[in-house]
Design a protein. Structure first.
Length: 358
C-alpha cells in the first residue's frame, strides 16, 4: 500500500510539473509573439527568446501526451490481437490477469452457448478443465448434452449472475473459483444455466477452466430442485448436463423466479383479497375453517436444511398474470409463520396475506 501511495504522489507531482510547464510555455509564447509585433522591440532578441522558450516548454508536455496516446493505442491493438489468438476462454485466463468474477462467468457462458449453437463439439469441450476433458465419461456426457440441446440460446438475454465467488491467496499462490446462476427465455420457454469454473490457479494451470455446466428448462429444473431439496447429495457426480422436459412429462410452474413441481387439485381459486378474508383471525393452515375452504396445496416443499414448511396455492390471475399464495408454517400445515402473494417472478412483501394479531 505504501508503494502504491508513493506512486500516486509521484504521478500527481509529475502532472503538476507538466501542467506548470504547459501554462508557462503558453504565456511565454504569447508574450513573445505580442512583443515581436511591437515597433520598439524590432531587432531585439527578447521576443524571439520568449517564443523559443515557450515553444520548448509547450512541446515537452505535448510530446509526452502524444507518446502516451500512441502507447495506449498500441497496447489496445496488441491485446485485441492476442485475444483473437486464444482458441478457448481458459487460454486467456491462463495468460491474462482476470479479476472480475462476473466478467469471467459471462465470457465462459457466452463461449459455451455459441459453440453449442454452432454444433462445435470440440470448441465447446475446450472450455472445460483439461482434467475433466480427460476424465472417463466426458465424451459420453458431451454427446448427451448436444443431443438434448435446444439451440439458439446464445441469443438469450441472460439474467442473474454470480452465485458464489471466492479465492485463496497464500504467499503468491492464487486460486480463483466462482459459480454463477443465470435464467433466460427463448421462444416462450424458460431456461436455467448454472456454471462453476476456475479462472486462476498459479500452481496448477491445468485446473483452470469450466468445472460444471448444466442447462435445464422449467420442467427439468423443477424435478432437479425437488430432489435437491430433500437430498443434499442429489446430483452428485453430474458436471455436464442438458435436461429438457416437456409439459407432458412434467407439470411445473415458475413462482417467485423458482421452478416448482405443480399438483392440480381442483380446489377453488380465490382472489388475493378473498384469501386474506379467509385467513383473518386464524393462525394455522390446518384450521378447519381455513383448510376446508382453500383445499389442498398445489406445491409442497420441505427443504432438508430448513425447519419451515412451504406451500403454494393458486390464486385468481390479475391482468392476465398468474398469482399464487405462499405460506410458511412451523410444521405440516401448522402455525402460519408468513403468507404473501407471488407472481411468476417475485413476491410482494409489502402487502402480506396474513399478519399475526397482537
Amino acid at each position: 500500500m505504501a508503494f502504491v501511495s508513493m506512486m500516486f504522489v509521484a504521478l500527481v507531482i509529475a502532472a503538476v510539473i507538466l501542467g506548470g510547464m504547459l501554462l508557462i510555455g503558453l504565456v511565454l509564447l504569447i508574450v513573445g509573439i505580442v512583443g515581436r509585433r511591437k515597433p520598439q522591440n524590432k531587432g531585439k532578441r527578447f521576443p524571439t527568446a520568449c517564443i523559443v522558450a515557450g515553444g520548448v516548454m509547450l512541446g515537452v508536455p505535448v510530446i509526452l501526451a502524444a507518446a502516451l496516446v500512441v502507447e495506449s493505442v498500441i497496447a489496445v491493438v496488441r491485446t485485441t490481437t492476442e485475444r483473437t489468438e486464444y482458441e478457448f476462454v481458459p487460454d486467456r485466463w491462463r495468460n491474462e490477469w482476470v479479476t472480475d468474477d462476473n466478467e469471467a462467468a459471462q465470457e465462459a457462458v457466452n463461449a459455451l452457448l455459441l459453440a453449442a449453437d454452432k454444433g462445435d463439439r470440440d470448441g465447446f469441450a475446450g472450455n472445460f478443465t483439461p482434467a475433466l476433458q480427460q476424465s472417463e465419461g466426458f465424451d459420453e456426457a458431451l454427446d448427451a448434452f448436444f443431443a438434448a440441446y435446444p439451440g439458439h440460446l446464445s441469443l438469450c438475454e441472460l439474467e442473474g449472475g454470480i452465485y458464489v465467488g471466492g479465492g485463496s491467496y497464500d504467499a503468491g499462490h492464487v486460486v480463483k473459483e466462482s459459480s454463477a446462476d443465470y435464467q433466460c427465455r427463448m421462444n416462450g420457454e424458460w431456461y436455467r444455466i448454472y456454471i462453476s469454473f476456475c479462472y486462476r490457479n498459479t500452481d496448477e494451470p491445468d485446473e483452470v477452466g469450466v468445472q460444471y455446466f448444466t442447462l435445464m428448462n422449467l420442467g427439468a429444473a423443477a424435478v432437479f430442485d425437488d430432489g435437491a431439496s430433500r437430498d443434499p447429495h442429489y446430483g452428485d457426480g453430474v458436471y455436464l448436463l442438458c435436461d429438457i422436459r416437456s409439459a407432458e412429462e412434467v407439470d411445473a410452474r415458475l413462482i417467485d423466479g423458482q421452478p416448482f413441481l405443480w399438483i392440480e387439485t381442483g380446489s377453488t381459486v380465490f382472489t388475493a383479497e378473498e384469501m386474506r378474508d379467509i385467513l383473518a383471525g386464524h393462525e394455522r393452515l390446518d384450521d378447519p375453517e381455513v383448510s376446508g375452504k382453500i383445499g389442498a396445496a398445489n406445491v409442497l416443499e420441505k427443504r432438508y436444511n430448513n425447519t419451515a414448511y412451504h406451500y403454494y396455492y393458486e390464486l385468481a390471475s390479475e391482468n392476465g398474470e398468474p398469482r399464487y399464495a405462499y405460506f410458511a408454517t412451523d410444521s405440516p400445515f401448522g402455525k402460519i409463520l408468513s403468507a404473501y402473494v407471488c407472481t411468476p417472478d417475485k413476491t410482494d412483501y409489502d402487502k402480506p396475506l396474513w399478519e399475526e394479531e397482537n
